[in-house]
Design a binder for this molecule. Structure first.
Ligand code: FAD
Length: 480
């Protein structure tokens, strides 16, 4: 009879280091099988195109890293309910290991699978690999989930943070035989139309790439984080988000590395770690309020008077709104699969407040185009901007896309990079090209309105319209 084995099911944890599921499987002493299953049949929030691009490369890297220890990544596609029992049988696996997920659809799949496999006599071990603190372990004094970040994070800071798990990959026992596998290419993750060519200039989507990014940020950029984090033309942030989203690095590893190099009480370090805290908060909300991926947390916003308009949405998506800072951000997103956080807030505010488009439309576009698309952080970011979520920016606070550009991109370095048709304009006019005199436009050889669009909406009337919509919502709530 074939010898019993252990199966590790990789999901959002595409790494070798600090991977408790893999570490536990190796620790069991059984031969170790590794599986990635492209889940079909998901009803909502299937991976977007940019995430699929990242996933392809992350799987390629994971496969190579496992191979170095004579382990093989088996790749399959199908529903977990069908495929997991089938692979367990093919591997003669008696033990199954995975790291936990926190969105409601995955929780349902995992809970049912664990229960049915346990009933059949399998040993199923699940662990935390994605968070510093699991959402069900943090609660307020009344035993309820938090809805405000500051007390949430203060509570987290009183708890012990586990050190990264050591994965003794070289002790892993390879099995004698392997089950059938698909080729990575069979998953069809890479785009057929090559819009991703520029991504390769910006990213090294591997586990080593994650650690190189962390190392470089932890070396010195973190010491100036508080000041630099808002300047989109500098590399003032860690750009670790896509690695976190795919699980190529863990927040525990980030925490440990920063703590090794810097005193944790330095204001810049505290500020940086509090951003990791926002990610934790996003997962807390996703777990406790699962409907907030699609619906506002604040119920009254279900009745918000949005003005759906395909042309406005399209102009926003393609970076053709006529507001240079907004267009720069949307073009950065398209070219790199990433956008600076300050600019995410500006473009999101512009969509929901200036254009009155539903935040869900923006969330969907980000989901499709971000390499760091993350259901928890994306839902939080959009609800925060729209003013309808937990601890959100108040609806009446409307970001001024001109003022934000002048403040955070004073020399217009960021705009010049992403909106090159304006690059010859003097900085004085670049944030507001409609104010540029005709002679200056001519001198700069800009055919304004042709080479670059006039604003699709005027700032002050748009602001008034947004405030009016908000007041209408507030009054209808009062009279309801
Ligand atoms: P750093 O400044 O280096 O921060 C370190 C890490 O902290 C980030 O990698 C991220 O994991 C976390 N973090 C930082 N800011 C936030 C935040 N505001 N909320 C939650 N976590 C945060 N982030 C995503 O990872 N995926 C998304 O899909 C996503 N969608 C967003 C949508 C909107 C409308 C907004 C306003 C923000 C969104 N964010 C999202 C949060 C934030 O913009 C990115 O995490 C950040 O820009 C990533 O860059 P970084 O890794 O250099 O961040």
């Amino acid at each position: 009879m074939a010898e019993p084995t252990a199966l590790v099911w990789f999901r959002k944890d595409l790494r070798i280091s600090d991977n408790p599921a893999l570490a536990n499987a190796i620790e069991s002493g059984l031969p170790v099988h590794c599986l990635y299953l492209l889940e079909t049949g998901k009803t909502a929030w299937q991976s977007g195109e940019a995430s699929k691009w990242w996933l392809h490369h992350a799987l390629e890297d994971l496969r190579a890293n496992l191979k170095r220890s004579n382990l093989r990544l088996t790749i399959r596609s199908g529903s977990p309910e069908r495929e997991i029992p089938a692979v367990l049988a093919e591997c003669n696996a008696t033990h199954l290991y995975w790291n936990r997920r926190y969105d409601s659809e995955s929780i349902k799949v995992d809970t049912q699978l664990k229960s049915s496999l346990t009933d059949q006599g399998f040993s199923v071990t699940t662990s935390n690999a994605a968070l510093l603190h699991e959402p069900f372990r943090i609660q307020n004094k009344s035993g309820k989930p938090f809805k405000v970040f500051t007390p949430f994070w203060k509570t987290c800071l009183t708890r012990k943070i586990d050190l990264p798990t050591e994965t003794r990959i070289h002790d892993a026992k390879p099995p004698k035989e392997f089950p059938e596998t698909l080729a990575l290419e069979d998953l069809g993750l890479l785009p057929t139309i090559k819009w991703d060519a520029t991504f390769y200039e910006y990213w090294t989507p591997t586990e080593a790439g994650a650690h190189a990014a962390l190392e470089s940020f932890a070396k010195d950029a973190v010491c100036d984080y508080d000041l630099q984090r808002d300047i989109p033309s500098t590399k003032g942030t860690s750009t670790l988000s896509p690695f976190l989203a795919s699980g190529q690095i863990s927040p525990r590893q980030i925490w440990a590395q920063i703590a090794r190099k810097h005193p944790l009480n330095s204001p810049d370090v505290q500020r940086y770690l509090s951003e990791i805290g926002w990610r934790e908060f996003a997962y807390h909300l996703l777990f406790h309020f699962p409907h907030t991926t699609d619906e506002p947390l604040r119920e009254e916003f279900k009745h918000f008077p949005w003005k759906r308009d395909e042309a406005d949405l399209e102009a926003w998506k393609t970076g053709q709104t006529g507001y240079p800072m907004v267009d720069a951000g949307m073009r950065e997103l398209w070219a790199t699969g990433w956008m600076h956080n300050r600019v995410r807030m500006i473009v999101a505010s512009f969509l929901v407040k200036h254009l009155l488009q539903p935040w869900q439309e923006g969330a969907k576009w980000f989901w499709d185009t971000l390499v760091d698309a993350d259901l928890a952080s994306n839902s939080l970011g959009w609800q925060w901007t729209a003013g309808c979520g937990a601890d959100a920016s108040p609806y009446f606070r409307v970001f001024n896309p001109i003022g934000q550009g002048e403040k955070f991109d004073a020399e217009a370095v960021y705009i010049k990079k992403w909106v090159p048709e304006l690059s010859k304009l003097p900085t004085k006019y670049i944030h507001r090209p409609w104010d540029a005199p005709k002679e200056i436009l001519e001198y700069c050889q800009i055919n304004y309105g042709e080479d670059y669009p006039e604003p699709i909406i005027s700032h002050f009337p748009a602001r008034e319209r947004a405030l009016e919509a908000y007041h209408r919502l507030k009054n209808s709530k009062l009279t309801a």
